[in-house]
Ligand binder design. Structure first.
Ligand code: LLP
Length: 466
């Protein structure tokens, strides 16, 4: 893995030993490699270069402000799915014009914030956090709209605020991406997007609204998609819809193809990104040459293999049939194994010569391994990082590296069982930067410190949030 490798039996992040980072900042900690992040971003751009795509990084994959700034520096726009992510992208220095706002459940407050900086959800904190005023920041570059109801609200709010919203309609192409059912988004039974046969009607109804600019179509079929065929099928659906719309007098200037490309959690389990770019190019090239713009929104393929979670073994418990390796990271730190039965390669950060892993597999062929369940401290049996995994001997105090944890790791952490969120570190060559402090335990209690009576007679004035 780029960025993380064993040298002399010790795991390194770029030029720095992972143990030294863990000793300095404690565990559990997410460590990101700047070199790996840059390399994966460039690979994405390269894979889709025939289409001259504009890349909007899916902030939800890994959203630390410093990682966003690094990606901005490489030219990325940002794809956001909540008012919180919108403000995050803006704080990180993304101009509003380079932010696309997706998501099925946008509230009026979020839509307003995306339309007009006076309604920033940061309120008076905007200047302190971003170093600049939100007022006057303008409107996001694109709204990816998921329902007729949302489109209507967007039109009403844009009219009220005297602005104009650029819109892509998210299409549900009813294509099976053959991934885990929880991260399948392009099938008819999923809540995402608008059915193909309804799209033209929306253009008929809304295209004349002065406060809307219906520029194109959006699709995102799911995440961790390993096959090319579902993308080809979804793109075909879009292309024929473009033909139908243009024939009906609605010019289409933008297609947003979403993200979703799988990465290697085990060696060789995913296709090179090139395969996706190459398969889609022939379907779109002639239109691109005639001026159609293509946008993509990758998250995992940029962030996953640029991140490692390091956790310390707290206890080892021998059972009659299995050994439990109990760590300070668990489902509160990395929920993917519990939620999607996801595989992450896990290995001690120090390995004897013969036990240095040469490949990430479920069953490494190395001597003296023992079946282990790697688990966390949470009071649930769903709290595991790996089950029945052959691992070297480990002892209390040892460190384990959980690989490919850069996407949907930190961003899905929780405070369950009152564990503070982990620290985040960025390694760039030999430079180590703490980019996210371990959450202070006291902050967990802040919102509950001062109970106050809610005045129901003046409900509109009551502030129940903290
Ligand atoms: N665009 C939209 C509209 C999305 O919903 C997503 C991901 C992406 C782009 C980025 O997809 P990516 O390139 O990262 O696959 N928590 C799950 C993944 C959920 C993905 C949600 N949407 C996991 O840990 O596997």
């Amino acid at each position: 893995m780029e960025g993380f490798e064993y040298r002399g039996g010790e795991l390194f992040a770029d030029q720095v030993s992972v143990d030294s980072i863990a000793d300095a900042v404690g565990t559990p900690t997410y460590i990101y490699s700047a070199a790996a992040l840059r390399a994966s971003y460039r690979r994405v751009v390269e894979a889709f270069s025939p289409l001259g795509v504009q890349v909007h990084y899916a902030v939800k994959a890994s959203s630390n402000l410093h990682l966003l700034r690094l990606l901005r520096g490489l030219g990325a726009g940002m794809d956001v799915v909540s008012g919180g992510e919108l403000e995050r992208a803006w704080i990180a220095g993304t101009p509003m014009a380079e932010i696309a706002f997706a998501g099925v459940g946008k509230t009026d407050e979020e839509l307003r914030a995306a339309l007009d900086g006076r309604y920033s959800l940061l309120g008076e904190d905007a200047r302190r956090l971003a170093g600049r005023d939100a007022v006057g920041r303008g409107t996001v570059g694109l709204f990816n709209v998921e329902s007729e109801s949302e489109l209507e609200r967007l039109a009403v709010l844009a009219a009220e605020l005297g602005t104009k919203a650029k819109v892509c309609i998210r299409v549900n192409p009813d294509v099976d991406p053959q991934t885990h059912e929880y991260i399948t988004t392009g099938k008819e039974e999923n809540k995402f997007g608008i059915e193909v046969h309804r799209v033209r009607g929306l253009f008929e109804r809304f295209s004349r609204r002065r406060e809307l600019d219906l520029v194109g179509l959006h699709v995102h079929i799911g995440s961790s998609v390993r096959q090319v065929e579902p993308y080809v099928a979804a793109t075909r659906v879009l292309v024929s819809l473009v033909d139908e719309l243009e024939a009906a007098g609605y010019p289409i200037s933008l297609l947003d193809l979403g993200g979703g490309w799988a990465v290697d959690y085990r060696d060789g389990e995913s296709l090179p990104l090139q395969a996706f770019g190459t398969a889609l190019a022939p379907l779109l090239l002639d239109r691109v040459e005639r001026g159609l713009k293509i946008l993509i929104e990758p998250g995992r393929s940029i962030a996953a293999n640029a991140g490692l979670l390091v956790t310390r073994v707290q206890h080892v418990k021998e059972g009659r049939k299995r050994r439990f390796v109990i760590c300070d990271a668990g489902m509160q730190t990395l929920v993917r194994p519990a939620l999607y039965q996801a595989f992450h390669f896990i290995w001690p950060t120090r390995a004897k010569d013969a036990q240095v892993p040469t490949a990430w597999t479920t069953t490494p062929h190395l001597p003296d391994l023992r079946q282990s369940n790697v688990v966390g401290p949470i009071c649930e049996s769903s709290d595991f990082l790996a089950k029945g995994r052959p691992l070297p001997e480990v002892e209390r105090g040892d460190l384990l590296g959980v690989f490919s944890a850069g996407a949907y790791g930190m961003s899905m952490t929780s405070n369950y069982n009152d564990h503070p969120r982990p620290a985040e570190v960025l390694v760039d060559g030999s430079q180590v930067t703490l980019i996210g402090e371990r959450q202070p335990l006291a902050s967990l209690f802040e919102c509950e410190r001062q109970p106050r009576t809610v005045d129901l007679s003046a409900l509109e004035k009551a502030e129940v949030s903290c």
